[in-house]
Design a protein around this ligand. Structure first.
Ligand SMILES: [Zn+2]
Length: 267
């Protein structure tokens, strides 16, 4: 009888969907999801500003990224800032992201720098100023019919935070993810001549070298869905997304989104 009960309990375990294992950094921010699974999480961010220190930022890469994802039958996760949601020309692409089954959350409202780059312990937001920014972001997401439980996974602005700001975002109800440390594809916005400039080819070489050394199981791979004026079209990493997807598939990886993470959390 005991043996039978044991076997039934084991069968019960097997019936359950796999548990969610999150690999976190020192601030409790998720960097890898289910590190035993050959799945990659493609994440796309976008900002919009016309006066940000002379840079013109946009979400113009979103439509071509959607086309490439559709061509390859892959779902991704999108994180535009609240500012992108207010731009007339992005209304359709934001609806397309939702309608095509991709994950959509946001990347703060105005892309605030949360703490200093020089001294990470120096806060550049307060609990109140961060809460106000997030409220602005939520108002935009909700205009598209999304509810907090559907978008509670977000990527902090600049992918840069400290313990205070990571905890403050969690107190606001968010779960935080960031690109897997060592993957430097988020440098795809810098132009030639800038100190950390990497060409699209160099960024892809980094992915494959990282894969050889550490694997990409459960990795979070960030690409900006943005057209920075300081890079040529061919040097935009997202224009090479099809090649990246094909090579990852050849290596045995599939693709998941934060919809899958939320579904696993609800089991
Ligand atoms: Zn960003």
């Amino acid at each position: 009888m005991l043996l039978l009960a044991g076997l039934l309990a084991m069968a019960g375990c097997r019936d359950k969907t796999p548990e969610l294992e999150l690999v976190k950094d020192d601030y409790g921010v998720t960097q890898r999801i289910n590190p035993n699974e050959k799945s990659v999480y493609l994440v796309f961010t976008g900002h919009y500003s016309t006066d940000d220190d002379g840079y013109f930022e946009n979400f113009d890469g979103a439509a071509p990224v959607l086309e490439i994802l559709a061509e390859h039958g892959v779902k991704g996760s999108f994180f535009p800032t609240g500012n992108c949601f207010r731009v007339d020309r992005y209304q359709q692409v934001i609806r397309d992201i939702i309608d095509q089954g991709h994950y959509l959350s946001a990347h703060s409202d105005r892309h605030l720098l949360l703490c200093s780059y020089g001294d990470r312990s120096v806060n550049l937001v307060t609990e109140d100023s961060l809460a106000r920014d997030i409220q602005g972001m939520e108002a935009e997401l909700e205009k598209f019919g999304l509810k907090k439980e559907q978008y509670r996974w977000m990527i902090p602005p600049y992918e840069h935070y400290n313990q205070f700001s990571a905890d403050a975002l969690r107190r606001l109800g968010y779960e935080l993810a960031n690109p897997t440390e060592g993957l430097v594809t988020g440098l795809d916005w810098m132009g030639p001549g800038e100190p950390s400039y990497h060409s699209a080819q160099q960024l892809m070489d980094n992915i494959w070298q990282f894969e050889q050394e550490h694997g990409l199981n459960g990795a979070i791979l960030l690409i900006h869905a943005m057209n920075y004026p300081n890079r040529t079209d061919d040097d935009r990493l997202y224009n090479h997304l099809g090649e990246i997807i094909e090579k990852l598939r050849e290596k045995g990886y599939d693709f998941k989104t934060f919809h899958d993470v939320i579904a696993a959390e609800q089991d």
